[in-house]
Design a protein around this ligand. Structure first.
Ligand code: URA
Length: 434
């Protein structure tokens, strides 16, 4: 088999066989096929696409490039949840303990943030002492003991994805549905869960800008699940505005704790209840969505989900007093209020711009090597639909960096659109794909 012939075939709109896809992925993982040929193939896929069989075979070739986690020693149906990434998306911090408290074994691998989107592991690491670098044995033992463990994804899992993603990033081939779908699902399949719930974000703060593209990505991923024998379902949710009122690692932990206490913002609570109810049904804890939802509401309101978060933090070396006293979280030395430019109603808050501003304050990474400041971030005092007076604060910036503060404030001011008439905000939950 020659890589040249496979590039030509895909460039001309042909279908690659499973053996051809395996040849490309295994050869690339072993450094036997050069970047420039794989880059050409990725561009051919970008323009010609892949059918669902090719996408599923690409996914499994990526899974087979590395090790797989075997969760068989953990009794029950292991259900994983994955978000395609957003701004202020602290859902896993609430949903993980909530689903675990309801009886779903949560053995979850998560990533770190890159660019304008945050990562669950960075958020957890803002808790003093929290250790996300678990050995596989300790990870499985912890789930057996307390029904939940959250660890940083290891490099041994789907190494081909790491190489492919880095190449896509520099060849303008990230936003291709078969490439995103195979990248996301390969890591989830390799991390061993029986069932996978995908939260596919759409809007300015997400990879997929339109609902149609997000639904197509959701469909591509659910189809992969069907072909490879893993139960998958997807919920398409709005990310044109940030989720909740806080963006930034320690600030998001505080908001997640409020939500676990039965308080917290309505949008975050609603998303956690929706996704959590699907997780309970996928995990066969309850047979109906409605029963699941009632059970989860009870666990948020009676403190059991909060206690599960405390158990998780304690088991992974973190300071459990964070649950009762969030003051143990790092705090920024500089706080700056950003005023409303005029009176009216907040019509929209551009999530991408909020993410950019948070990065300027130190909450995110431009490159994988950057250090993040766990205390940095943004509080959104107003959300779409809220009335504002001229000069009233719409946001508060938190940082330890003076030199980017003015730019971050200008970006946040530009993220808000205020008008005379109240908007009709888009629903948070857009559709479900099974
Ligand atoms: N997240 C991933 O893991 N892969 C992609 O291709 C895009 C988002």
């Amino acid at each position: 088999m020659q890589m040249y012939d496979l590039i030509l075939k895909k460039r001309n709109g042909g279908e690659l066989s499973g053996a051809e896809i395996d040849f490309i992925i295994s050869g690339y993982t072993r450094d036997e096929i050069p970047d420039y040929q794989v880059a050409a193939l990725l561009m051919a896929v970008y323009f010609q696409g892949m059918n669902s069989r090719e996408t599923a075979e690409l996914t499994m070739a990526i899974v087979n490039s590395g090790t797989r986690i075997d969760l068989a020693e953990i009794p029950g149906i292991k259900v994983d949840k994955h978000s395609t990434g957003g701004v202020g998306d602290k859902t896993t911090l609430v949903l993980g303990p909530l689903a675990a408290a309801a009886g779903v074994p949560v053995a979850k691998m998560s990533g770190r943030g890159l660019g304008h989107t945050g990562g669950t592991i960075d958020k957890l690491e803002s808790i003093p002492g929290f250790n996300a670098a678990l050995e596989p044995g300790a990870f499985i033992r912890q789930v057996r003991e307390i029904n939940i463990a959250l660890m940083a994804q290891t490099g041994a899992l789907a190494p081909a994805d790491k190489k492919l993603y880095a190449l896509r990033d520099v060849t303008a081939t990230v936003d291709s549905i078969p490439l995103i779908a195979s990248s996301v699902t390969s890591k989830k399949i390799a991390s061993g869960a029986n069932a996978i719930l995908l939260d596919v974000k759409c809007g300015s703060g997400a990879f997929m800008k339109t609902r149609e593209d997000a639904a197509a990505l959701a469909r591509a991923m659910v189809d992969i699940g069907r072909q490879v024998g893993r139960e998958m379902m997807a919920v398409v949710t709005d990310m044109s505005r940030p989720l909740g009122h806080f963006v930034g690692n320690a600030l998001e932990v505080r908001e997640a704790l409020d939500t676990l206490r039965g308080q917290g913002p309505d949008d975050l609570r609603e998303l956690c209840l929706t996704l959590g109810s699907h997780m309970l049904v996928l995990g066969k804890i309850t047979s109906s969505y409605e029963t699941a939802r009632a059970k989860l509401e009870e666990l948020l309101d009676n403190g059991e989900a909060l206690q599960k978060f405390k158990d998780l933090v304690q088991a992974q070396g973190g300071d459990p007093t964070v649950v009762d006293d969030p003051a143990v979280l790092p705090e920024a030395s500089i706080k700056l209020e950003v005023p409303a430019p005029r009176a009216g109603y907040v019509v929209s808050i551009d999530a991408m711009q909020v993410g950019r501003s948070a990065m300027l304050l130190g909450a995110g990474r431009m490159t994988k090597e950057d250090q993040i400041d766990h205390a940095a971030g943004i509080e959104l005092k107003k959300k779409p639909g809220d009335p504002v007076k001229a000069g009233e604060p719409v946001a508060v910036l938190y940082t330890n960096r003076q030199h980017t503060l003015a730019e971050a404030a200008a970006v946040i001011a530009g993220a808000f659109t205020v008008s005379d008439t109240p908007p009709n905000p888009a629903p948070l939950i857009l559709e479900t794909v099974v």
